[in-house]
Design a binder for this molecule. Structure first.
Ligand code: DOR
Length: 445
């Protein structure tokens, strides 16, 4: 690997680990943050690149802990290169990717294949989940490196669906690796699909896969986690009922996340964008939005993930229920959340905590999630002074659309840095930069 040229970022508003913003300079060398000070004199002006960050805010790079990047097998929707370019544009410097690719990521061999593909084409850092299937239980314990075991309790078909309680219990009972669950009760969904069969209005999706279906699965996962004291993470929590459950009962070893779309979109969005608003778990009511926001502000919800799950416009144009569930998100998540901060619903420091610091801590990723000497130089410079409305034409994800088209957002990344290298600058991705495989072995940070 070639060692990148040192970078000196001058005159930035730097978000420090104490949550305070202070003006200063940051020196990056050999992929690490070397020095942070009110003013740094360039050590050797000829062999260093200087970035004038006047008017910009420097944040730790976003770590997106739930994405579906479709490679191998579904590259017509997205691939690791296009998705990682979209990450760079969105200020996402690391991602954790899900196993529902083809073949499924359920063995050491399929994991190794993904790692190799990512090493050759990802412009940001990468980590992968291993998927739980009935046949491959030993791999769940031994495959490395993985950020955790992904269990689809519902909203899945084929080998990745684990909807039998005894099998679920076997997975919780053995090992100590993090288990991340997509919590929806498949049995209830199945019954309700039959009940509402024939309805093609996509809004019915939120009634079929209703709040109760999500709550029941989350309750079951929580119960098993408590029984075995097993590290559990609830993916894309979507309902007020689950947030209340977590507020009352969440043990120290359980974490949960929410997506920007479950905070900022709701069932009224079906009228706006139809099946483009269809995802699993589905969008909920404005009341759910409000309760999830409060739970995030109160620390009941630990962090934010996008569940970036691209499908082509052609696929999305099918009538419900033949339209696939999922929407892209890595390009817009940081700007969406920073816009909320600009509007006073939270602080910039909270956004960085939810989108970077808390994720690094939960997944035990060493030296990431903060701007501090010795930490990895994964950073994003954002502009909170200007607003820009997202257009379809500028979307970098291969799917070529976003549910947030037309949304006027601030906090867009101006420069994204991965491992001390500029990977995105003023609208352009530097496609020759490569990220690295993440490690998941930090001592408690
Ligand atoms: O809507 C969704 N689509 N939710 C998921 O969890 C999976 C995803 C996909 O892979 O398309």
């Amino acid at each position: 690997m070639t060692v990148p040229l040192p970078l000196l970022i001058q005159h930035a508003q730097i978000l420090h680990p104490d949550g305070k913003m202070r003006p200063g300079d940051v020196l990056l060398r050999a992929g690490k943050i070397e020095q942070i000070a009110p003013a740094i004199t360039p050590p050797d002006p000829d062999t260093i690149r200087i970035i004038d960050a006047t008017g910009l805010i420097l944040l730790p790079g976003v770590i997106d802990p739930q994405v579906h990047f479709r490679e191998p097998g579904l590259e017509y929707k997205e691939d690791l290169f296009t998705a990682s370019c979209a990450c760079a544009r969105g200020g996402v410097t690391s991602f954790l990717e899900m196993p529902n690719t083809r073949p499924l990521t359920t063995t050491q061999a399929t994991l190794d294949d993904k790692l190799q593909r990512a090493a050759s084409k990802c412009v940001v850092n990468y980590g992968f989940f291993i998927g739980a299937t009935a046949e491959m239980l030993p791999d769940l314990l031994d495959a490395n490196p993985v950020c955790g075991i992904k269990i689809f309790m519902g909203s899945m078909h084929g080998a990745l669906l684990i909807d039998q309680a005894d099998l679920l219990e076997q997975i919780f009972a053995k090992g100590d690796r993090l288990i991340a669950v997509h919590a929806e009760n498949q049995e209830r969904i199945k019954q309700r699909r039959e009940e509402f069969a024939g309805i093609t209005d996509p809004a019915i999706h939120s009634q079929i896969q209703d709040n109760q279906a999500a709550l029941e699965a989350t309750q079951l996962a929580l119960q098993l986690s408590k029984k075995y004291q097993r590290r559990l993470h609830i993916l894309h929590m979507s309902t007020a009922e689950e947030a209340d459950l977590m507020r009352q009962e969440k043990p120290a070893w359980v974490t949960c996340e929410v997506t920007p779309q479950h905070l900022l979109m709701n069932t009224t969005d079906y009228a706006r964008i139809g099946t483009l608003a269809q995802m699993n778990p589905p969008l909920r009511s404005p009341h759910d939005n409000a309760v999830l926001w409060q739970a995030l502000l109160d620390g009941v919800i630990d962090f934010i993930a996008t569940d970036h799950a691209p499908h082509t416009l052609e696929e999305k144009a099918k009538d419900y229920p033949n339209s696939p569930s999922g929407m892209p998100g890595v390009e817009t998540s940081l700007a969406l959340m920073l816009t909320q901060a600009a509007q006073g619903r939270c602080t910039v420091a909270q956004v960085a905590h939810w989108m970077s610091t808390a994720v690094a801590k939960a997944y035990r990723i060493p030296h990431k999630g903060a701007i501090a000497p010795g930490y990895d130089a994964d950073l994003v410079l954002v502009d909170l002074q200007n607003y820009h409305a997202l257009t379809r034409a500028e979307v970098l994800s291969k799917c070529g659309w976003s549910p947030f088209e037309g949304w006027n957002l601030t906090g867009w990344p101006v420069i994204t840095i991965v491992g001390g290298q500029v990977v995105y600058e003023q609208g352009k991705v530097k496609t020759d930069v490569r990220g690295q495989a993440l490690r998941f072995d930090a001592e408690a940070i």
